[in-house]
Design a binder for this molecule. Structure first.
Ligand code: 4DW
Length: 218
């Protein structure tokens, strides 16, 4: 089977990007990374991707001023040039307009460092600690115009420990992120994640234990 061609959009170090690249290096994985695109010319993830032999592109948002549509046209041109079929946001920090998001409906994924719909937005680990929740985690979802609101593809849970700091909790959640983002992209690329009435059905997951992802925290 032909592999789905994926773009990873980053703004920073690309921790999740690296996990997706590692997964895509496996022969049986249903996706290949066609291009890594950054809106920041200095994003450390660009060098990391290039070192893996992956094409990289920079679309510097600062060059477009307030014109988000011109920025997104340049992004779309890169996606077209690399014949991209699926887009993964991985620490990408530019809010995308409904125009681009709708164009990629059902084909654009994001990872959020919380168990959605709890803790949408920023500073999720601080807010989870302040709320006293005992289970926290990460969510991979399809991107819709409303931030952190799209259909949920996969989630991973981590425990919140009594003496946690935001940094310690963030590290535990990141470990979970690195597990579920490749899993979720694999499901979508294989056509095993379908959206019906806003709900994702993961048709290949048939046992409870296959759905419950609780990475070993230590
Ligand atoms: C996200 C949402 C909003 C901003 C940054 C990140 C989460 C992931 C994401 C990126 N682009 C997106 C999403 C999303 O979930 N949904 C859509 N697009 N539609 C954000 O507001 N960023 C601001 C800039 C921050 C910076 O440059 O540091 C901005 O003004 O774009």
């Amino acid at each position: 089977m032909a592999k789905r061609r994926v773009a990873i959009l980053i703004s920073g170090r690309g921790a999740n990007m690296a996990a997706l690249i590692a997964a895509a290096n496996q022969p049986d994985y249903p996706a290949e990374i066609a291009v890594v695109l950054s809106n920041r010319p200095d994003a450390a993830g660009l060098k990391r991707a290039a070192a893996e032999g992956i094409a990289t592109a920079i679309v510097d948002h600062a060059r477009f001023g307030r014109d988000r549509e011109a920025f997104e046209q340049a992004v779309q041109a890169v996606l077209d040039a690399h014949r991209v079929e699926i887009v993964c946001l991985a620490g990408f920090m530019r809010l995308l307009t409904p125009g681009l998001v709708t164009r990629w409906s059902g084909r654009m994924l994001n990872i959020h460092p919380a168990l959605l719909p709890s803790f949408k937005g920023l500073h999720t680990h601080e807010r989870a600690l302040a709320a006293g929740v005992k289970i926290h985690g990460a969510t991979v979802h399809f991107v819709v115009p409303d931030v952190d609101s799209g259909p949920i593809i996969a989630q991973a849970a981590v425990p919140v420990l009594d003496d946690d700091t935001a940094d310690a909790l963030a590290a535990r959640v990141l470990f979970a992120e690195l597990r579920i983002y490749p899993l979720a992209l694999g499901l979508v690329a294989a056509g095993q994640s379908t959206i019906t009435a806003g709900i994702v059905h993961n048709t290949a997951i048939t046992t409870p234990s296959a759905q419950l992802i609780v990475p070993d925290a230590d």
